[in-house]
Design a protein around this ligand. Structure first.
Ligand SMILES: [Zn+2]
Ligand SMILES: [Zn+2]
Length: 77
């Protein structure tokens, strides 16, 4: 058994609707991705978060561009 974030692994959608327009928001990836492709410190922070059973994702709305953070609870697979 391994504890993984379902969003990081493409197992599930966030299922969050945009507060502004109601459109289903898309996963923009881990928030740490926005620090740049080579950000080992941020990546380490993410791994620590995931080990704690939670993973922070930045979602964006494809319709109006609204952004929101979602705390994703990891599942055991
Ligand atoms: Zn994740
Ligand atoms: Zn929207």
């Amino acid at each position: 058994m391994e504890q993984v974030c379902p969003l990081c692994n493409g197992l599930a959608d966030a299922g969050v609707k945009c507060r502004a327009c109601g459109m289903t928001m898309e996963d923009g990836g881990m928030w740490s991705d926005y620090a740049g492709p080579y950000a080992p410190y941020e990546l380490t922070a993410h791994v620590k978060q995931e080990n704690g059973g939670q993973c922070t994702h930045l979602l964006h709305c494809p319709q109006c561009g609204n952004e929101a953070y979602a705390i994703i609870q990891s599942d055991f697979i």
